[in-house]
Design a protein around this ligand. Structure first.
Ligand code: ADP
Length: 482
């Protein structure tokens, strides 16, 4: 794989502005999920190196915090311009290690860069408050201050954007950060570090530690110098990290699993609903936490929707992400393929109808055919478990009340989608859905200007938007007698 700028392929961790190996020189391998070929060896770091990164972030904190907001914004803007300038190389690295089609990888780099641009702007607007005092001889003020050293643990499905969505608000607020990227996709993270370095972000402000997730996670969530942990990943690991953070009362942000419903009402524009369904289900081969897990279609349009949906799904082109025609790449691992297969088998054994897909593909064993199953019923595992693959379960419903109840009957509350043209139904259902994000007549909801995050066991806090920086700030109240 050729890059225009070969130095973006880094095979060392980035701590205190230096490229470093693990103390014991141990490494782990990164593979191309499309071919299973070896791409690189990365440092297998653990507690000692994580601790050093935390200490470097702590040492860098005072000077970074004391820069003016305008100076921090300028450095973030330089980072943003470099991300834009190297979009093609960053996208190619991502397709190589993650598998997503190149067009999607380019889109993710633009999305990742947009957080850096947005929070460079927000850095300058961290206003405080003056509060009318209850006594004449007092002046009350609220100042917003950076929380301190932050730690982040990120997943493989968005190897660049999940990092910038955390690091950009942290740096804008005046915090420093240590990051552990997913072991499947560390190269994108290290390329971001290379560009942060070139932008002039000072040593220790932005650090990437690669290696043993459990050992590094342990340090990140228990070290007293870390004031905040931000995690994107599975709900079980989120629970574990939150419990570990309790010992030192860290502020915690969590972006965890989802179980997104997609509801098609009888008055929906069916063609638009099909297009929205394709986007919301099959992006990143179904491997996003806002991907649809369950389709509910009103019984009067059930057959019509299924016909059109299956026809579109059958057209999706599956193949290596580097082939420009590919719309669906490989899944991240053989384990991911077998999990989706077992959810499909369970549903079919319990009476779901396989309408399209389901078969193995010439492209290889890492790929899963885009699949639609109908007549899905309660009790099938895929209604409660996150599918994280290109498998769409569809079922009919009879009334608004019933479908809202079914949509809300989950421990998760990240994203929900529905299609309707009845304005009063739109407002009513939007209010009734217990989700942090609701897509109405659209299957695409993510951007840097809106708050992304879930309720219930899908997480804590919001990322992106003007709210996204709040998680990296503390309010300091000044009570002045005068
Ligand atoms: P997935 O199953 O999609 O990989 P995970 O929640 O396991 O989701 O992974 C998300 C991130 O959490 C990755 O960076 C992974 O390395 C990390 N991780 C996994 N296990 C732990 C752990 N015990 N402590 C800290 N981080 C972990």
């Amino acid at each position: 794989m050729k890059l225009q700028e070969p130095l973006l392929l880094r095979q060392h961790a980035y701590i205190n502005g230096q490229w470093c190996a693990a103390d014991g020189a141990d490494t782990f391998a990164v593979h191309d999920p499309a071919t299973d070929q070896l791409i690189a060896h990365l440092p297998l770091m653990g507690e000692a190196e994580a601790m050093r990164a935390i200490q470097a972030a702590d040492a860098a904190l005072p000077a970074w915090r004391d820069l003016t907001a305008k100076e921090r914004a300028r450095l973030l803007r330089r980072w943003f311009f470099l991300l834009e300038q190297h979009e093609e190389d960053l996208a190619r690295l991502m397709t190589w290690e993650q598998g997503k089609p190149l067009a999607e990888a380019r889109g993710e780099i633009r999305y990742a860069a947009s957080f850096v641009e947005w929070f460079a702007e927000e850095a300058k607007r961290l206003y405080g408050d003056v509060i009318p005092a209850p006594r004449q001889d007092q002046t009350l003020l609220v100042m917003r201050e950076p929380i301190g050293v932050c730690a982040a643990i990120t997943p493989w499905n968005f190897p660049a954007a999940m990092i910038t969505r955390k690091a950009a608000p942290a740096l804008a607020a005046g915090c420093t950060i240590v990051i552990k990227p997913a072991n499947e996709t560390p190269l994108s993270a290290l390329a971001l570090a290379e560009l942060a370095h070139r932008a002039g972000i000072p040593p220790g402000v932005f650090n990437i530690v690669t290696g043993d997730a459990q050992a590094i996670g342990q340090q990140f969530s228990t070290h007293p110098l870390v004031r905040k942990l931000s995690f994107t990943g599975s709900t079980p690991i989120g629970r574990l990290l939150m419990a570990q953070c309790a010992g030192t009362i860290k502020k915690v942000s969590l972006e965890l699993g989802g179980n997104a419903p997609f509801i098609v009402f009888d008055d929906a524009d069916l063609d638009a609903a099909v297009e929205g369904a394709i986007q919301a289900k099959f992006r990143n081969a179904g491997q996003t936490c806002v991907c649809v897990n369950r389709f509910y279609v009103h019984q009067s349009v059930y057959t019509g929707f299924l016909e059109r949906f299956c026809a579109r799904v059958a057209e999706l082109r599956v193949g290596n992400g580097f082939a420009e025609a590919s719309e669906i790449g490989p899944l991240i691992s053989a384990r991911a393929v077998s999990k989706v297969q077992s959810l499909l088998d369970d549903a079919v054994q319990q009476g779901a109808r396989l309408l399209t897909g389901g078969q193995s593909l010439a492209a290889g064993p890492q790929y899963f055919a885009p699949t639609v199953i109908a007549d899905v019923k309660p009790g099938m595992r895929l209604l409660d478990e996150e599918i994280f693959g290109p498998l769409a379960p569809v079922m009919p419903f009879a009334s608004d009340q019933e479908v809202v109840m079914l949509a809300n009957a989950t421990i998760y509350g990240l994203a929900a989608y529905f299609y309707s043209r009845d304005i009063s139904r739109v407002w009513r259902v939007a209010r009734q859905l217990e989700y942090g994000i609701v897509g109405i007549n659209t299957g695409m909801v993510s951007n840097e200007v809106a708050p992304f995050g879930g309720i219930k066991q899908s997480g804590l806090g919001r990322e992106g938007s003007r709210y996204g920086i709040d998680d990296y700030l503390e309010s300091k109240y000044l009570c002045m007698a005068c």
